[in-house]
Design a protein around this ligand. Structure first.
Ligand SMILES: CC(C)(COP(=O)(O)OP(=O)(O)OC[C@H]1O[C@@H](n2cnc3c(N)ncnc32)[C@H](O)[C@@H]1OP(=O)(O)O)[C@@H](O)C(=O)NCCC(=O)NCCS
Length: 159
């Protein structure tokens, strides 16, 4: 069974989250998690960390994660970062569920009006399936083409 939790950097599962980010997102760029923490020291302490946890007889295993930086870069906006699913568990709906957990928190308790991310070209269809809209402008980040993608909160009406 897979459980979805919101954790912080003091949680026992945080090192597993870091290991997953390193293997899925950073190693392909020739970087490691120490490089990330050195270059972006403010991100992990400030972020809300959503993890997908597989209950396994050998112990809990983090198989997916995503970060939300609330009120960034300005109040009312939030940035999704470090979206990663274990390659052995991709295509099972884990990424979708993590983003929905993030959206629910962002538009619910945090009352943000927009969440956005910098999406690699290969991941754009994934965010698109979740209703996120892409800007036309392409830009390089870590040497890889990206587009800004965003989802705006639509307020419920009474009628
Ligand atoms: C992108 C990623 C997070 C998706 O997670 P996932 O758990 O495999 O995705 P899901 O199973 O929840 O897929 C949800 C939907 O998106 C679609 N989808 C997922 N990845 C896709 C891709 N790369 N291209 C096209 N469609 C994709 C699925 O087919 C599914 O469609 P459906 O609505 O018809 O069922 C995962 O593949 C991953 O970690 N990739 C490597 C790291 C990465 O690219 N991170 C994002 C950086 S911006």
């Amino acid at each position: 069974m897979i459980r979805y939790l919101k954790i912080d950097t003091n949680h026992a599962l945080y090192p597993q989250e870091c290991a997953l980010r390193e293997s899925v997102l950073l190693r392909p760029l020739g970087k490691d998690i120490a490089w990330f923490h050195t270059n972006y020291p403010e991100i992990d302490p400030r972020a809300e960390h959503f993890v997908a946890v597989l209950d396994h007889p050998a112990g809990e295993r983090v198989v997916g994660c995503v970060l939300l930086i609330p009120h960034y870069p300005e109040p009312g906006s939030g940035k999704l970062m470090q979206m990663a699913v274990d390659p052995q568990r991709q295509g099972e709906g884990i990424g979708r569920r993590l983003v929905i957990e993030l959206e629910t928190r962002a538009f619910g308790e945090l009352r943000l009006s927009e969440v956005f991310c910098h999406a690699q070209l290969s991941a754009m269809p994934f965010y698109g399936r979740l209703g996120w809209q892409a800007d036309n402008d392409e830009f390089l980040e870590a040497g890889i083409p990206h587009h800004r993608m965003a989802l705006r909160h639509v307020a419920a009406t009474d009628d």
